[in-house]
Design a protein around this ligand. Structure first.
Ligand code: NAD
Length: 336
């Protein structure tokens, strides 16, 4: 059986990336759209065979509760809107897929988890790399002992931010700068590659506040993670250059990915250097997004918890809050 998704927010990701993926899914289909732009919604509905009665806007959104075609609401909105639409979706009796970063604060994440729990609905965060073949294979290598005892992790993630008026550069809408948007890939990878939770962070931020893009949010932030085994994680995110790299060093070799978390073209090497390039076996879905979308559908159908449930999003946001605090106060912050 295919469960029905309503996509909320027809922007770059919701419309450009997610909607075209339903053709690759086995257990998920597109059944409804939520948009503030009626003409766009009508055009997209016609293209993807969504009935006009299943087009909603942000005001009549709560009427989705009367639409039995909708099983899951996928929140593809600016970060500051994630909590509101997750909580309203749960109140309407729908399961929720919410994009990363989960919300602008850990308090909001906690409220989202509580709302879904109260409604008896599943909550999953759009961590697509957990369904991406190269990342899955890298994790298998890390756990297999292929590179020996893990010692050091490093990841740099960045892209060049453009329009200074974009919501990503407005603190109230984004919750923060490069760390929230793209550094979260480095942080999340540090956790899934090592299989450990950090016990402390230390961070340093460098931002040109005269650059009109960075009046409100950080450009570059570098943070160190201490793991219980003694592994040190070194992560960096920036909005002033393109970077996409994951490296895990063990005492017998290294796992290297560059790019590591892109939509396409990720590369993986395992060994002493980059001479041994690995072609991973297929992931769980035809694409990482099909794997992600179908995972939540299958969790609902089989009453299982998603591997990247709300609690996983909350863990990252708690660490991100500690990273910002460390950068602000210039001191090591121990994590609870
Ligand atoms: P976007 O700006 O392209 O789209 C945002 C959508 O929200 C637009 O359709 C916009 O009209 C709508 N919107 C509604 N109210 C708005 C308001 N008050 N202000 C601004 N926009 C409003 O952004 P995006 O790149 O699609 O990002 C959406 C979400 O998806 C974010 O949480 C982002 O982090 C996430 N994302 C995830 C990935 C991934 O690989 N998992 C990639 C890109 C974006």
């Amino acid at each position: 059986r295919k469960l029905g998704y309503a996509i909320v927010g027809l922007g770059g990701y919701g419309l450009g990336i997610i909607i075209p993926q339903f053709k690759n899914c086995q257990h998920s289909k597109l059944v409804a759209l939520v948009s503030g732009d009626p003409a766009k919604a009508k055009r997209v509905a016609a293209e993807y065979g969504v009935p006009e009665r299943s087009i909603y806007d942000y005001k009549n959104f709560d009427a989705i509760k009367d639409n039995p075609d909708i099983d899951i609401v996928y929140v593809c909105l600016p970060v500051s809107m994630h909590a509101e639409y997750t909580i309203r979706a749960a109140a309407a009796g729908k399961h929720v897929m919410c994009e990363k970063p989960m919300a602008v604060s850990s308090a909001e994440c906690e409220a989202m988890i509580a709302a879904c729990k109260k409604a008896g609905k599943k909550l999953m965060i759009g961590y697509r790399c957990h369904f991406e073949a190269h990342n899955l294979e890298a994790v298998r290598f890390a756990r297999s002992g292929a590179i020996g005892k893990l010692r050091y992790f490093r990841s740099e993630h960045g892209f060049t931010a453009g329009n200074p008026n974009a919501w990503r550069l407005k603190k109230a809408m984004s919750g923060g700068g490069s760390l929230m948007d793209i550094g979260i890939y480095a942080l999340n990878a540090a956790r899934y590659m090592t299989g450990e939770e950090p016990i402390a962070v230390y961070a340093k931020e460098t931002t040109d506040r005269n650059d009109p893009r960075f009046r409100e949010v950080e450009d570059m932030i570098e943070f160190q993670l201490e793991f219980p085994s003694g592994v040190i994680g070194s992560c960096m995110s920036m909005y002033s250059a393109n970077q996409n790299h994951i490296l895990l060093v063990g005492d017998k070799g290294r796992i290297d990915m560059e790019p590591g978390t892109r939509y396409d073209g990720n590369k993986l090497w395992v060994g002493q250097d980059r001479s041994n390039q690995i072609t991973p076996p297929p992931g769980p879905g035809l694409t990482q997004w099909a794997g992600q979308l179908d995972h939540l559908s299958l969790c609902i159908l089989n009453n299982k918890e998603p591997i990247v449930a709300g609690e996983e999003g909350l863990r990252d946001i708690r660490i991100i809050e500690a990273v910002y605090r460390s950068a602000r106060e210039q001191k090591r912050i121990a994590l609870a």
